[in-house]
Structures are given as C-alpha cells and as structure tokens.
Design a protein around this ligand. Sequence first.
Ligand SMILES: NC(=O)c1ccc[n+]([C@@H]2O[C@H](COP(=O)([O-])OP(=O)(O)OC[C@H]3O[C@@H](n4cnc5c(N)ncnc54)[C@H](O)[C@@H]3O)[C@@H](O)[C@H]2O)c1
Length: 339
Amino acid sequence: MSKIKVAVIGCGAIAQRRHIPEYADNGNVELVAFADPILERAESMAETYGGQAFASFEELLAQADVDAVSICTPNHLHASMAIAAANAGKHVLVEKPMATTLEEGERMIEAARNNGVFLMVGHNQRPMPPHVKAKEILDSGELGKVLTFRTSFGHPGPEAWSVDGAESWFFRKDEAIMGAMGDLGVHKSDFIRYLLNDEVAEVAGFIGTLDKEGTDVDDNAACLLRMKGGAIGTLVASWTQYKGGDNSTVLWCERGVMKIGTVDGDEVIVEPVDGLVETYKVGAMATNEKQVPSGVIDAFVDSIATNTPPAISGEEGLKSLQVILAAFESQRTGQFVKL
Ligand SMILES: NC(=O)c1ccc[n+]([C@@H]2O[C@H](COP(=O)([O-])OP(=O)(O)OC[C@H]3O[C@@H](n4cnc5c(N)ncnc54)[C@H](O)[C@@H]3O)[C@@H](O)[C@H]2O)c1
C-alpha cells in the first residue's frame, strides 16, 4: 500500500509534541507538508521530518499533494480550515474544540460527508490507558449504574504550553473564543459522555475569569451536569491550578467507587462496597510536562488505511462541544440549559 500523505497545519505545541512525531512514527504515513504563518516553524518541521514548508494553509492546499491534514491552529480557524480541506478531498483530523459554534461544527460534518472524507476530532482523553481501563471496568457492569460523578481538568494555564507563551492566542477572545472551557472543559465533556455511554441532558455553568490578567477568556468553570440516564455530577475546568493540577474523575456507582487519576502510580482504583480494593497501574495520564503517545494520530491513520469511519467523529466532537456551549449559555442567562 502506498503511504498516506499527511500535511500538518499549524506548527505549534500540539503539532510539535504530538501530531508530527506520532505521524513520523507511523509506518503508513509520509509527512509531506507543514504550514504556519511563522514560516520558520514550518521550515523547522520540514527540515527535521522532510516535506515542504508553507506560510499559508491556502497555498499548501493548492500546491501540496496530500491525502489528509491535521489542523492544529487556534480555535477560530478550525471550521474554515476543516471545510476547505474537506472540499479539497482531504481527510481531516481537527484539534479540539472542533469548532466554536454548533453551526460551524454542523457545516464541518456536512462538508466531510459531501466530499466522502473522514472528519475526526483530537479528543485524546479517550485513548489514554487509565481511561481505557476505567471504561472496560465500567462496561463490565461490576460496579452497577453510575449514580454521581465528578470530573476535573486543571493546570496553571497555557503560558507554559503554547509556543507563544504568555502572548498566546489562547488569551485572545477573538481567536480562542473560549478559555479553560474550550481547552480543558471540552476534554471532560467528551470523556464523561464516552465513559458513561450517555448524553448530557441538562447543564448549569458558573464560568469566570478569576485570576489571569489582560484577558477576557474564562480561566475557571464549575458546571453541574444531569445525564439522560439519570446520573448527576460536576465538571470543572481550570487554568489557575498553579500547584498540583488535576486530571481526575471519580464515579460513585451502585456497587462501589471508581477513582481515575487521583493517586500517582495507581491510575485506576476500584473500591467495591463488598470486596477488596483493586488498583490498576496502567500507565500515567499525559500531562503538559509529561507527554505520552496520544493514540489519536494512529487511530486517524488506521481509519484512512482501513476505510473505517473514525470512532471520535465530527458528530461526537459536536456533542461534546454542545455541552460546553450550553454551560456558557447557562452562565450568561442564569438558567439551567436543557440539551
Ligand atoms: N488534544 C489536546 O490535548 C490539545 C492540547 C493542546 C492544544 N490543543 C488544541 O490544538 C490547537 C492548537 O493549540 P497549540 O497548543 O498547538 O497552540 P500553539 O499556540 O502552541 O500553536 C498554534 C500554532 O498555530 C499557528 N497558526 C496561527 N494561525 C495560523 C494559520 N492561519 N495557519 C497555520 N498556522 C497558524 C501559530 O503560528 C502557532 O504556531 C488548539 O485548538 C488547541 O485547543 C489540543
């Protein structure tokens, strides 16, 4: 089989740390082009991995011979780039949040469908080993139904992550649209839907900019979720956890508790109501400092290679985004929002 020709759009932190090295490690892929308006970033990737560098996405799309693209740009560009790439017949892996409005997300899905290409969203919480293990345990039924939960994702903010540091687009509302909620909250709305095999029915959101200066994007959110299946829980996203950080989820179920990411080294802990505590060492959760292969890039490549629609589809990404947008509406209106 000839290799899948891939271009990476946006050569910042997530492209450099995850997409590009994971494509390079995948034997089915040839990295052929990189685009970034800061041309040196694209050139530096092309020097290391081979392929051409472009200062603009449009030029890349017009000139490079590619089968698939990864879109690793600021949030406000995801929809227009994904739609243009799909219209040019390219498969698309777009970073989260897939879009900034529901309408944008729907247009992306439609463009992929109309052009017979795959659209996948970079929701890399799903394939993380602790989350895979947790899902396997929950799906086995040993804990019974989930009654209540909390899920939380926090770190000190994107200053130490983005290639542009404190000057990053992450802090500019016209480019980011959402702050901690678009960065971290959407990971957790996706994860809880996936883990519980359930959809969110109702959301209340308290969202604010509590500590970051010079920005009006949110740096903290605490939300209440009621799931269609009846479980109720909380979702927290934070950019102001200056010490410690948190990427954890706890489920209180009919027959016990499952704790994910609460204890370093014991990534999943099951405490049955009757029975012995079980701990699973299945590999650490990725953090900004400690990156591990995401699994997302290999899954995208496998989808293309086997002509199988991706599990983390545009439709999935859109449902996860909808929860976050509902939380903003709740914050704005002071009302609970039904989905
Ligand atoms: N899945 C994850 O865990 C994860 C983690 C971090 C970021 N992300 C997402 O990835 C996306 C990128 O974030 P990042 O952390 O890499 O940001 P970053 O600031 O490190 O890099 C963004 C890059 O995009 C480039 N860019 C800006 N406009 C462009 C354009 N028109 N064409 C091409 N490139 C352009 C910038 O020059 C920069 O190099 C965001 O949507 C973010 O939410 C996902």
